[in-house]
Write a new protein. Structure first.
Length: 163
């Protein structure tokens, strides 16, 4: 089953030191992609292993766009640029003093056959056990970070945690 989603994205265009904001309408084709976020991080680690500054990911979906927004807000990646309807270029972020990537370990909690859900009460104990981790949780509001879920007092599907 294919579902089409039209999304408005603000792109910053730099032209001769003039910043212009342009609204671009992107037609994202939502396919039932198996393990799309795990596949994205497979591309990420392959680019890190070869010490690339950026990589191009060929499958852009609405869920992946939410993950990229959260990774950019947390400064785990330097940024991303949407090339066309289905491709995105992701710029990597390294620790300059030690020359290592910022993501060292990722734990995927939900799999294709087994989805793991976490309630708002168990989120508090998760934060106590992993105080410096960054987690993404799929909720009815979309993909949210751990701190956003605590503010809204909601739970959801625990997708991944970056430790």
């Amino acid at each position: 089953m294919r579902m089409q989603v039209i999304l408005l994205v603000y792109l910053k265009l730099v032209d001769k030191n003039i910043n212009k904001n342009k609204v671009v309408m992107i037609n994202l084709i939502q396919k039932k992609r198996k393990r799309e976020i795990e596949q994205f991080f497979h591309f990420y680690f392959r680019a890190v292993y070869t010490r690339q500054l950026f990589f191009t990911y060929p499958f852009l979906t609405q869920n992946l766009l939410g993950v990229l927004n959260h990774l950019e807000k947390q400064a785990i990646i330097s940024g991303y640029h949407i090339l066309n309807v289905q491709k995105v270029k992701v710029f990597l972020h390294y620790d300059a003093s030690r020359n290592i990537p910022l993501i060292q370990n990722i734990m995927f909690f939900s799999s294709r056959g087994r989805k793991r859900f976490i309630s708002a009460q168990t989120l508090k104990s998760f934060v106590q056990h992993y105080p410096n981790s960054f987690a993404l949780i799929g909720t009815k509001y979309g993909i949210l970070s751990l701190s956003q879920c605590q503010k809204l007092n909601c739970g959801g599907e625990l997708i991944l945690s970056i430790i």
